[in-house]
Structures are given as C-alpha cells and as structure tokens.
Design a protein around this ligand. Structure first.
Ligand SMILES: C[S@@+](CC[C@H](N)C(=O)[O-])C[C@H]1O[C@@H](n2cnc3c(N)ncnc32)[C@H](O)[C@@H]1O
Ligand code: SF4
Length: 354
C-alpha cells in the first residue's frame, strides 16, 4: 500500500488536502471527526453527495475491515482478524477488565525479530502497518462497542509486530489516537511493548508522549536472552536497561517488564533472584506470563506451583510483580496463532462470528 490514506492524516494535513482542491477547510474537520467515529465516506451524512463522491474517487480510507471474530466462552475476550485493503490479515484482541475495555493491536504484518516463542514471527515480516491501519483497528472495534453503549478505554500495542521497528508510523498512530478532535484515547491509557531497541526507546522518551513502556525481557541474563530473542545478540541487557531507566526518568512513567515463564528454561528460583537484581532501584513492575505453548517450538508453561514459587522469590527480593491473568484461553490466545490457522485454512477451535 503506497502513499497516505485518509485515516493517516492529522486534521491540519486533511485541511491542506482540501484547500489544495478548492474545498472548504471546515469540511476537513467534519471528515476527521467522522473518520474517528469509525465511519466510511458514504456514511458522512452532513457532507454534500458530490464531495463524498470526490473523496471516494480521490482517496483510500486506509483502515481495516473486521474479517472474523472469535469470542471466548470463558471470559468474553474477543479475538479479531482484520483484513487490510491489500488483503493482508492481522490480529487484535479485546479484553474486558474491571477498569474498562482494552484493545490489543498489531503494528506490523508479521515480525522480523525472530523471538523463539512467538508465532507472529514464524513467516517473518510481510510489511509495516500505516498509522491509519493501527487506528483503524481501534475505530472498528470502538464502533462495535459504541453500538452496545461501551467504548475502548485502553490500548496495548502488543499484537503482532515490533512497534519500534515501525517507529514513524507508531508515533503518528499515538498522536492520532490521542488527538483532541478524534477518538481521544489518553496516552496514559496506552502501553507500547518492545523487544528492546535502545535507540528508539531513547527517541520515544523525547517525543513527549507519556505512554507506558513495556519491555519483553523473558530472561534475566544475556546468555539466555540471546538464545530466545535474537535482538539480544545486537543489544545487551546493560544497554537496554539503561534505555529503560532513561525512559522512566524522562517521562515519570513506571516501566513494565514482561517475563513469559517457560518450563525448565527461565523459571528457576535463581533466575527470579537475578531478575529482581536486574530491576532493583527502578520504578517498575514485572508481569509474569505463563507462556502460551507454541507447538512449533515445543515449549510449555511451568505448573502453577512453580509460577507461584517464582513470584514469591521476586517479592521476597523486593520486586513488584504479579502473575498476569490469562485471557481467552480457549481462543488461540498466543499472539499470531489465530492468524496462522486462518491463513492455513484450518478451522479455529471455537465459535466464529462473521
Ligand atoms: C507479540 S509481542 C508484540 C510487541 C513487541 N514486539 C514485543 O516483543 O514486546 C507482545 C508480547 O507477547 C509476548 N509473547 C509472544 N509470544 C508469546 C507466547 N507464546 N506466550 C506468551 N507471551 C508471548 C511477547 O514476548 C511480548 O511480550
Ligand atoms: S515477541 Fe515481539 S519482537 Fe519478538 S517476534 Fe514476537 S512480535 Fe516480534
């Protein structure tokens, strides 16, 4: 998908586009507002028909279409398959929490980072998403929720892709989704998760966007991290952790460390002690996630007693940590799995609603 589409534009860019075509600027404001309500050009009822036709002919919308959704019978978590305008497929997940509805979005089609436990990377990176395609995931699900009187209150950039490997579009997305004239989701309600790219982490700290930064850590030392996350061969823990400290200092936001527990690989007491030491003195929290088994890799989560044991050691060592509740366990919870099944034309294991 070459070039910008309507959903990629800031209001001032839309205005410039309208002016260049001799159209009134206030129409651009109306269009931006409709777009952020998840509406297509033919639904912008306060625009003259001729203008709608002109827009439809001249520009792509650049969003996503909900291709399928699968609802968990356990907790109502909804997994979405979104189709892009070039027919690529990406995933998103809607989770219902006490504090509101959280949408997990994708930032790339696939991923090139090659983490050994992640289904998103098995076929590499196909392409980066445009900001409008990230925004489109939010707007299409928000529209569904609004029809039932709800709305998305939080976003996590934890679907497929590495958001900091698609830096410019991820930043544009953050500015668009929090824009006061748009869907207006507060930056403090948005988390961005990264495998750890130090230069981009420092750059993000300078953007003035107070999002919560999550680092996928998964190992307490360089040797193990290099084995399971190829990016660690490029950037050691010293450098990544320093970038995280800089981020906390610049933004005042608490850092989050994600640690997916893999039986017999990173779940020993001694590793919990090293993890606690690694984050000592930092304003942060550790999320322990029992790994979603990926059959291709032959890895499984530890038993519940080991997970609790690991947590106890962390807490004893003074680290703030919790076990993250598993959401939508019955619907191919692991990132990238539903998409892979869909692309392989296998039937997912539970109800699919078109
Ligand atoms: C899919 S990644 C996307 C964001 C970013 N690329 C990153 O690595 O943080 C989001 C989170 O899912 C985790 N993840 C990937 N595969 C997983 C699995 N099989 N089980 C548990 N967590 C997994 C990643 O480690 C990361 O913490
Ligand atoms: S965990 Fe993140 S960085 Fe690693 S392969 Fe998956 S999406 Fe990419």
């Amino acid at each position: 998908m070459e070039g910008k589409a309507l959903l990629d534009f800031y209001p001032e860019e839309l205005e410039a586009y309208f002016k260049a075509r001799g159209l009134p600027a206030y129409r651009a404001k109306q269009v931006f507002s409709w777009l952020h309500k998840g509406r297509g050009i033919d639904e912008m009822t306060n625009l003259p028909k001729a203008l709608r036709e002109q827009l439809a002919q001249g520009m792509r919308l650049g969003g996503v279409r909900i291709e399928k959704s699968v609802t968990s019978k356990l907790d109502g978590t909804v997994k979405f398959l979104f189709a892009l305008e070039d027919d690529n497929i990406i995933e998103g997940v809607l989770m219902h929490y006490k504090h509101g509805d959280t949408l997990c979005i994708s930032s790339q089609v696939g991923c090139r980072m090659g983490c050994a436990f992640c289904a998103s990377t098995l076929a590499g990176r196909v392409r980066d998403l445009h900001a409008g395609e990230m925004l489109g995931q939010v707007l299409s699900v928000n529209r569904l929720l609004e029809e039932k009187g709800g709305h998305i209150s939080n976003i996590v950039m934890m679907g497929s892709g590495e958001p900091l490997d698609n830096y410019e579009e991820s930043i544009r997305f953050l500015r668009l989704v929090s824009h006061p004239q748009g869907v207006q989701i507060g930056l403090r309600h948005i988390s961005l998760s990264t495998c750890g790219l130090p230069q981009q982490i420092r750059q993000l700290a300078r953007e003035g966007l107070p999002v919560t930064l999550c680092l996928s850590l998964h190992a307490p030392d360089d040797a193990l991290r290099r084995e399971i996350m190829p990016i660690a061969r490029q950037y050691g823990l010293d450098e990544v952790m320093q970038a995280m400290r800089d981020y906390v200092q610049a933004t005042g936001r608490r850092a989050i460390f994600e640690y997916a527990l893999i039986r017999g690989v990173n779940d020993a007491d001694e590793q919990a002690m090293r993890l606690a030491k690694l984050v000592r003195g930092m304003q942060c929290h550790i999320n322990l996630i029992p790994i979603n088994a990926v059959v291709e890799r032959n890895w499984a989560p530890p038993p519940a007693s080991r997970i609790q044991g690991f947590l106890n050691v962390l807490n004893k060592c003074g680290a703030s940590a919790t076990i993250r509740r598993e959401m939508g366990d019955d619907i191919e919870g692991a990132c990238g799995q539903l998409r892979r099944r869909y692309l392989e034309r296998e039937e997912p294991s539970c109800n699919i609603q078109p």
